[in-house]
Design a binder for this molecule. Structure first.
Ligand code: ADP
Length: 282
């Protein structure tokens, strides 16, 4: 659960509050859109939730962690429970798709053997099987955002925080990105998505929090508009399958560098489909 209790935020040197008296509860497993005009306070809301900024007053609790009292040394561990997706993707241009995703595991010291099982699994969830060896500049905006989503997921984030994730992709791919987020949500991940695209919000029956001038102007449990189903069916070419097919050739996913350095024994283990199916998603 995410809880904001009477939270206000005033940036140093600012004359007005970026957020004022915010009271919000987001249950585990919810999908929430956050909308509002530019400057309304949406990014501040997300930054407080990620502990990138500290509240001026009030209390913020995320999955039992009190962000007012969290020690600095525990902040990196807290952030690992979050998967963060930005409008501008923030992929590393000199790394392949595989390595961009693997990098998120490498920085927290995960063993290469586990990385070689986990990354192909997560890429397959995002429909990126064919793109593992491509570089970001060789991908469309939508594909790049799916790589960013794979990276956000790869360490088993409990909460996905997406700040305008569809801002740089075409309308059809926007639906696909939100569709992806919805499917992750159905699998139990809490999703908080900031967007200014009202047409998108209308298509998906989810809770909508509207922020205006630093306050919650409305908080609607479910949008009772046009159903998303037709759009999802029309827009999504991505498989519903969340299980890696047993006959998948996993060696194709191993990055160029990792493939060169991996021992034959390890590679043989990594190709064993039953092992991937048993342990790949954890
Ligand atoms: P949104 O994401 O809805 O566009 P923001 O949360 O970025 O809104 O900004 C809310 C308000 O806080 C705006 O008035 C903005 O100018 C101000 N603000 C945001 N970041 C800072 C900062 N680092 N220092 C001072 N003021 C800031």
């Amino acid at each position: 659960m995410i809880e904001f209790n009477n939270v206000s935020k005033k940036y140093d040197g600012a004359s007005t509050y970026a957020l004022k008296d915010i009271n919000i509860k987001i249950e585990k497993g919810e999908f929430v859109f956050v909308v509002g005009a530019s400057g309304a306070g949406k990014s501040t809301f997300l930054k407080l939730m990620m502990r990138e900024e500290v509240a001026s007053s009030g209390e913020i609790i995320v999955e039992g962690v009190n962000l007012n009292t969290i020690k600095d040394k525990n902040i990196p561990e807290f952030r690992r429970t979050l998967g963060i997706v930005f409008q501008d993707f923030r992929l590393i241009p000199t790394m392949t798709v595989y390595d961009n995703v693997a990098f998120a595991m490498r920085v927290i010291g995960t063993k290469e053997k586990k990385i070689r099982r986990r990354v192909p699994y997560v890429l397959s969830l995002m429909g990126l099987n064919e793109k593992a060896r491509s570089y970001p500049k060789e991908l469309s905006g939508g594909e790049q955002q799916r790589v960013a989503l794979a990276r956000a997921l790869v360490n088993n984030a409990e909460i996905i925080i997406a700040d305008e994730p569809t801002g740089n992709v075409d309308p059809q791919m926007s639906y696909e990105i939100v569709d992806m987020l919805m499917r992750l949500n159905e699998a139990g991940t809490t999703v908080i998505m900031v967007t200014h695209e009202h047409s998108l919000v209308k298509c998906f029956d989810k809770r909508v929090i509207t922020i205006e001038k630093g306050s919650v102007a409305s908080d609607v449990a479910r949008f009772t508009g046009e159903s998303a189903t037709a759009h999802i069916n029309a827009a999504s070419e991505i498989s519903n399958e969340y299980v890696v097919p047993p006959d998948e050739d996993y060696s194709a996913y191993v990055s160029r560098d990792a493939a060169a350095s991996a021992s034959e024994t390890e590679e043989a283990e990594d190709k064993a489909p039953e092992e991937v199916l048993e342990g790949g998603e954890n």
